[in-house]
Design a protein around this ligand. Structure first.
Ligand SMILES: Nc1ncnc2c1ncn2[C@@H]1O[C@H](COP(=O)(O)OP(=O)(O)OP(=O)(O)O)[C@@H](O)[C@H]1O
Ligand SMILES: [Mg+2]
Length: 340
């Protein structure tokens, strides 16, 4: 147990080093709350520090080690010093700091049920309702947001602060894993690499200051990407997409449970390819009841049923907001605005 003296000495060390500027943030350790732990080994007359930094690179480590050694060893007279550098997420550059961004994670379990189509048209509908929306295409295994928006695949540019400038289409800010791939290779990254890429999306992108809604198109399934997203945006709420068919709905239930386990709130279930409108009739092509079943099992609501159909404009994926399916998307957007 730390003795009273020890406590005093720890407080003294803290006070003496908190003005030191962490070059990875350009701020003092006090401002960054970078002093994570201080311990004194009386026998060895040595100090152990855990310092949180944004980038654990050589320059940061060297600069901080030098400044800290000067105070700990020279000014305060300890013989030894050991520093553990830990990477912390820069709260301020996380998109939500001081702002009120609402995250809508779009998940499905099964692939090909229309997750990306719903994500894109939902963003359009939010924009049409006067909201500023962005899309993070985090579907590293099969990104399709750039295709949906007919975007050229080029590396985005960086601004003066070395933040990546997202592309803007139809008033929607968009960033996709696909812009960062070489030679169009499918991304088979797991764990840390994937986490890094996603980190990048959340920290190093110059999103518009007034962005209100961030739609995250998630990869199908419930694996490690979901975990990464949970860590990065614990406040993200999930929209579960399914089709009426039982093969999709039972996987969607799993995705919903995974989201719940990660403490993500559920926004509701969207049943896509729900039915076909024909001469005023509705025809159930892919079966019936999948969406309602998923909602029931997940104890949430079925908040939209989007029929099978093509945009009247001839575009492959984006609907005009005045045509019937566009109106369905406006309805969905309205519900989400109210519930968020
Ligand atoms: N309501 C709909 N009516 C007709 N076609 C649709 C509908 N929704 C999606 N589609 C089509 O189904 C295909 C799959 O849709 P989409 O790419 O949005 O699914 P996804 O769940 O994102 O798939 P993936 O798992 O590959 O990411 C696309 O060709 C899309 O245009
Ligand atoms: Mg997709």
């Amino acid at each position: 147990m730390a003795s009273g003296d020890n406590m005093d000495n720890i407080a003294k060390i803290k006070q003496s080093i908190e003005h030191i500027v962490d070059p990875s943030f350009g701020k003092s350790l006090k401002e960054t709350d970078g002093i994570k732990h201080i311990a004194i080994d009386d026998e060895k007359n040595a100090v152990t520090l855990v310092i949180g930094v944004k980038k654990v690179d050589d320059q940061t480590k060297q600069q901080l080690t030098r400044s800290l050694a000067k105070i700990i060893k020279i000014d305060l007279g300890y013989r030894g010093m050991k520093i553990d550098f830990q990477r912390v997420i820069d709260e301020e550059s996380l998109l939500n700091k001081g702002r009120d961004i609402k995250y809508i994670g779009v998940a499905s379990g099964k692939g090909g049920v229309g997750k990306s189509t719903v994500a894109a048209n939902l963003a359009l509908a939010l924009t049409r309702l006067g909201k500023r929306a962005g899309i993070i295409d985090a579907d590293v295994y099969g990104s399709s947001i750039p295709t949906i928006f007919d975007m050229e695949i080029v590396l985005p540019k960086a601004n003066a602060d070395e933040k990546i400038i997202p592309f803007t289409h139809e008033g929607i800010e968009i960033i996709s894993t696909e812009f960062f791939l070489k030679d169009n290779k499918p991304l088979m990254w797991r764990g840390p690499m994937l986490g890094k890429m996603l980190n990048h999306f959340f920290e190093d992108i110059a999103w518009h200051q007034e962005l209100e809604y961030m739609i995250v198109d998630l990869p199908p399934g419930t694996g490690d990407v979901a975990m990464d997203i949970q860590k990065l945006i614990p406040q993200s709420k999930m929209l579960i997409i399914t089709t009426p068919h039982p093969s999709a709905s039972h996987v969607a239930i799993k995705a919903g449970y995974a989201a719940k386990e990660l403490n993500h709130g559920l926004l509701g279930v969207v049943e896509n390819m729900s039915y076909f409108r024909h001469n005023g009739d509705t025809i159930q092509i892919f079966g019936e009841g999948g969406g309602a079943e998923v909602a029931k099992r997940l104890e949430t609501d079925l908040i939209a049923q989007i029929p099978i159909g093509q945009p009247e404009s001839g575009h492959h994926s984006l609907f005009g907001m005045e045509e019937p399916i566009g109106v369905d998307y406006l309805g969905l957007a309205n519900k989400l605005i109210k519930s968020l």
